[in-house]
Write a protein that binds this ligand. Structure first.
Ligand SMILES: Cc1cc2nc3c(=O)[nH]c(=O)nc-3n(C[C@H](O)[C@H](O)[C@H](O)COP(=O)(O)OP(=O)(O)OC[C@H]3O[C@@H](n4cnc5c(N)ncnc54)[C@H](O)[C@@H]3O)c2cc1C
Length: 468
């Protein structure tokens, strides 16, 4: 196969939410050329392979790129989430990113997209090979390589089940629920995370009786109440204030989460078990009510293997009636590679900075790349954060995120940019600052912040210094 050569300022690997938000902010604030590469044929990353009934778990406004709002910012007018912000479905997310890619990026003449292409490095050469033609191209990068795949999530559709599957077993990825040609007699949902809860809610909404569903839940999850994660400064400041107040008096990590539950921030499904898992996806209260109708919860450890007749666990087995389908919702989702400086000698590795909100963080990194010229300064403003898995790493994420937000928020231009950015969950628009409810929430946060943060740092065993 031939080898072409092309030149660019930035080579961004990964056209998922992270690569798209970074590129968008970068080209808005610097006159540069970007080459964006993805092995998928278009933008939007994992959403291309997501189960078809997936929706954003949080408000559409918090998702996408900084220049262009996803959705209309409207509040839901009917259904079980009346009063909460709209959440886009998969087709809307895909169409949004496709439009950004074609019109705003490629249409500007400043972004080239190499879809269906695999990036690989060979020594100091940056190579891109088309999966379609087999051609390899060398990219001469004048400024930076940006790794927008470092914390890319794993999903069931593209990750095999983490257990053995006998040839005659009926095991499918969650996506297949929407394409059944044969009606199962029963459903076994495998996984404790957000995908499992989406699968169950969808089955119940389609008329499957709760007693036809068994739920394999090796760990119990804490989940975040969606009503507490809304683009409204009273809600956002209130959430931060509740978190700090709960932390200030918490005797342990479990006690912290139980206090957050009492404050209406965290949900758990089974009130008799204290969860250990804290990836904290957001969940509606109506979904929690539905999930609690599933009585058949299987807690026998992790699955070793599945046959047509049974599921064998670490601690026992579950017989399967004929016609029972086993639904794989057990990809780990969030990834936890080592935290490294975002601006490294060889590449920029996008990671979260403030707690959660991958799109805002990637846009922030793009803005800082465009407007600062020293990597030490960039890394000082944007230290890497972890994604949450356990209650300890959740607390660690809060500490690191709070410290980071103080650091980048102290820069007047970044603060002004963040105030104008809909992706920013903490923004207070100038017209809102004098609202008495906003002031009250801000005062409550200011009251509890120092004590809460210090206690969170102790609980997480995470020093409050920035270079930690
Ligand atoms: C079901 C689900 C729902 C979610 N909902 C929300 C939500 O509502 N709100 C929220 O904030 N977060 C949500 N998340 C969290 C998630 O982190 C973000 O959604 C975000 O999409 C992650 O984007 P990413 O760009 O990091 O990864 P990806 O979407 O995985 O994109 C990475 C891209 O890199 C490409 N790639 C990787 N390696 C190479 C290579 N060598 N060469 C070429 N291309 C390569 C991949 O093909 C992929 O397209 C959700 C996650 C899941 C799984």
């Amino acid at each position: 196969m031939g080898m072409g050569l092309t030149e660019t300022d930035y080579l961004v690997v990964g056209a998922g939410a992270a690569g798209m938000a970074f590129t968008d902010a970068l080209i808005d604030h610097a006159d540069v050329h970007v080459t964006l590469v993805d092995r998928r044929h278009t933008a939007s990353g994992h959403w291309q392979d997501a189960y078809p009934f997936v929706q954003l778990h949080q408000a559409s406004l918090f998702y996408g790129v900084a220049s262009t709002v996803l959705g209309s910012g409207a509040v839901q007018q009917r259904g079980p989430e009346v009063g909460l912000q709209e959440r886009a479905h998969q087709p809307e997310i895909q169409a949004y990113y496709d439009d950004i890619l074609r019109r705003r990026f490629i249409g500007s003449g400043r972004v080239a997209f190499l879809g269906g292409c695999e990036f690989h490095a060979d020594g100091s050469s940056h190579l891109v090979t088309s999966r379609v033609s087999g051609e390899t191209m060398e990219i001469n990068v004048r400024r930076r390589v940006v790794d927008a795949t470092y914390v890319s999530p794993t999903i069931p559709a593209t990750t095999p089940p983490p257990f053995g599957v006998a040839e005659d077993a009926w095991v499918v990825a969650v996506n297949e629920l929407a394409r059944l040609t044969e009606t199962p007699t029963g459903f076994v949902i495998v996984g404790s995370g957000k995908t499992a809860t989406d699968g169950i809610v969808w089955l119940l909404a389609n008329g499957v009786a709760p007693d036809r569903i068994a739920w394999v839940r090796p760990r119990e999850p804490w989940m975040l109440n969606r009503a507490m994660v809304q683009p409204d400064p009273v809600v956002a400041l209130g959430l931060a204030a509740d978190t700090m107040a709960a932390a200030a008096d918490a005797e342990s990590l479990d006690d912290l989460f139980l206090r957050l539950e009492a404050a209406g921030v965290m949900f758990r499904i089974d009130r008799d078990v204290v969860p250990t898992m804290a990836k904290t996806p957001t969940l509606g209260e109506w979904e929690l009510d539905l999930l609690r109708t599933i009585d058949h919860v299987v807690r026998l450890g992790h699955i070793q293997h599945v046959t047509r007749r049974e599921i064998v666990f670490d601690d026992g087995s579950l017989p399967l009636a004929p016609g029972t389908i086993v639904v794989h919702c057990a990809a780990s989702g969030l990834q936890y590679p080592p935290l490294v400086p975002l601006w490294g000698p060889d590449a920029i590795r996008l990671q979260t900075i403030r707690a959660g909100f991958p799109c805002f963080n990637a846009a922030l990194a793009g803005y800082v790349e465009a407007t600062r010229d020293d990597d030490r300064e960039r890394n000082r403003l944007c230290p890497p954060n972890t994604l949450p898995d356990t209650t300890a790493s959740w607390a660690r994420m809060q500490v690191r995120g709070t410290v980071a937000a103080r650091s980048f928020g102290a820069e007047p231009d970044i603060a002004a940019w963040a105030t104008g950015c809909a992706l920013n969950p903490a923004r207070v628009e100038p017209s809102q600052t004098d609202d008495p409810a906003v002031r009250a929430a801000a005062a409550r946060l200011a009251d509890g912040a120092e004590r809460g943060l210090a206690r969170l740092a102790e609980l997480a065993d995470e020093p409050l210094s920035r270079d930690a």
